[in-house]
Design a protein. Structure first.
Length: 484
């Protein structure tokens, strides 16, 4: 099949979150199945074009009353023969952020920027004389592809559209003043599902217009059809439930492999875990903790936002991190950045508590060391469409402590004290007390169920979280959509 991925992010070129990893890894896995997979994305200013090939054509894209012009660069995904096309439009993408900056978190013209991306995808295919069987859009930035294909691209009638919802919490809601720029007739403002309380909702339009919908875990596919996690689109998603599937994201098992990980001071594998102890020692030294090999170490790598449960974990109050660190014989490290109140609280806790240390920002090398060196990995998410860190953790023999939601529920089985079954420790209520009690349960098991935890680690490390199985499910979805 000819498959076009339309995305605002793809690793390693531009990444704001898990979307970038998912698009690139899925594309490579589908390419290994023999499909002709191509990616189109913006060329942001931070992406160097030195080693890219400038294409011999430019794009002229009608947008409302204007015609936008863009250059096109071509390259390959690293370690792959998957083609990537990058749109070079200085006015829209020649800036330091993907969606916004520190001073302007959501660029005022995002509706125009990503409408252009969606329309330009068709003009690129025209120039290449390459017609996709599947146009696979990802989240709100490229969801207008499905609207354009359905209503204004007659040359692509045989193509089918898939919209993947990676996080329903981000929908692309903007003033309807931008609508004329889209170049669509006003009757489609309602008819194509774009209207949202007299504004534009790009994701809503995509959900309404796509031939098929997917999201990144089976549990999340069910959750987003409920009022609790449907973000006001649950009714629409229930109406389209026959076209909605949940396919669990995979992880790049070449990058995340404790047996070959070049970021680690000592590698290890399921039959020889001695290197994990070395990683724990280096991790404790790196964060300025006492080097205590027999003290359980809980870790967290996360965006510091309410979605990730940081309010329940770090806001002053009973059962939060200060109580956890004072009441229990354990250590804790955190790597992340986000809400300013949370960053300040982490700095304060790091100074006040000898067994708690945080590092603000992000480091790929440090993230790998944390996954390898920790005993437990904490994910108290309010919701988690898929989650990758719990799969990294399991692969590295680090047991997750997590809320039973979304992809966390699909990838972690709860510890059973009687049988020793399970791969982690789960809780349901998102409260400080629930987090406190479940961390306490994991620490108790560390000291009192040593053999069971050793078996849990082996069980987690033996699971297959590669993209191979997920790619086969997408292959089946594409074929079903095409009727083949």
């Amino acid at each position: 099949m000819h498959i076009l991925m339309v995305t605002s992010e793809a690793a390693p070129f531009a990444k704001a979150g898990g979307l970038a990893d998912a698009v690139s890894a899925l594309s490579k896995a589908l390419r290994r199945l023999g499909h002709d997979v191509r990616i189109i994305m913006p060329r942001y200013s931070f992406i160097s074009t030195e080693e890219f090939a400038l294409q011999p054509f430019g794009l002229f894209v009608p947008m409302g009353e204007a015609t936008e012009k863009a250059l096109v660069y071509k390259t390959l995904l690293p370690d792959s023969d998957t083609t990537v096309y990058l749109l070079d439009h200085e006015g829209f993408f020649g800036r330091s952020g993907i969606y916004g900056s520190k001073d302007e978190p959501d660029y005022a013209d995002n509706a125009k920027r990503f409408a252009f991306l969606s329309r330009a995808a068709f003009r690129l295919c025209d120039n290449l004389r390459w017609k996709p069987d599947i146009i696979h859009a990802h989240d709100w930035p490229s969801s207008l592809c499905t609207v354009y294909k359905r209503y204004s691209e007659p040359g692509y009638l045989g193509s089918r559209t898939i919209l993947s919802i990676h996080n329903l919490g981000y929908q692309g809601v903007y003033s309807k003043d931008f609508y004329t720029y889209f170049g669509l007739p006003w009757e489609l403002f309602h008819g194509a599902g774009l209207e949202y309380y007299d504004s534009i909702n790009l994701l809503k339009g995509g959900i309404t217009s796509a031939d098929s919908l997917s999201t990144v875990s089976p549990t999340y596919a069910r959750e987003i059809q409920s009022p609790e996690l449907g973000n006001s689109l649950d009714g629409l998603l229930r109406a389209r439930s026959a076209s909605l599937v949940g396919i669990l994201n995979g992880i790049d098992t070449d990058v995340w492999n404790p047996k070959t990980d070049s970021y680690l001071p000592s590698t290890y594998h399921i039959d020889d875990m001695s290197g994990k102890a070395v990683c724990k020692e280096v991790l404790q030294q790196e964060f300025g903790l006492a080097v205590e090999p027999d003290t359980p170490l809980i870790a967290m790598v996360s965006r510091l936002t309410n979605q990730k449960g940081v309010k329940e974990l770090f806001k002053p109050g009973y059962g939060t991190v200060p109580d956890l660190c004072k009441d229990m014989d354990m250590q804790m490290v955190v790597l992340g950045s986000g809400d300013s109140w949370c960053e300040k609280e982490l700095e304060s806790l790091s100074s006040a508590l000898p067994n708690f240390k945080a590092r603000l920002g992000y480091s790929e090398k440090l993230a790998h060391l944390i996954e390898a060196g920790a005993d437990f990995f904490l994910m108290p998410s309010q919701y988690e469409p898929c989650g990758l860190n719990q799969m990294y953790s399991l692969r590295y023999g680090t047991l997750p402590i997590a809320r039973r939601t979304g992809g966390l529920a699909d990838t972690i089985s709860n510890f059973n004290e009687k049988t020793g079954a399970g791969t982690g420790f789960l809780f349901d209520a998102l409260t400080p007390r629930a987090i406190y009690d479940t961390c306490g349960w994991a620490i108790w098991a560390y000291y009192n169920r040593t053999e069971q935890l050793r078996a849990m680690r082996r069980r987690g490390m033996s699971q297959d979280f590669s993209w191979s199985a997920s790619a086969l499910e997408y292959d089946a979805l594409y074929r079903s959509c095409l009727g083949i």
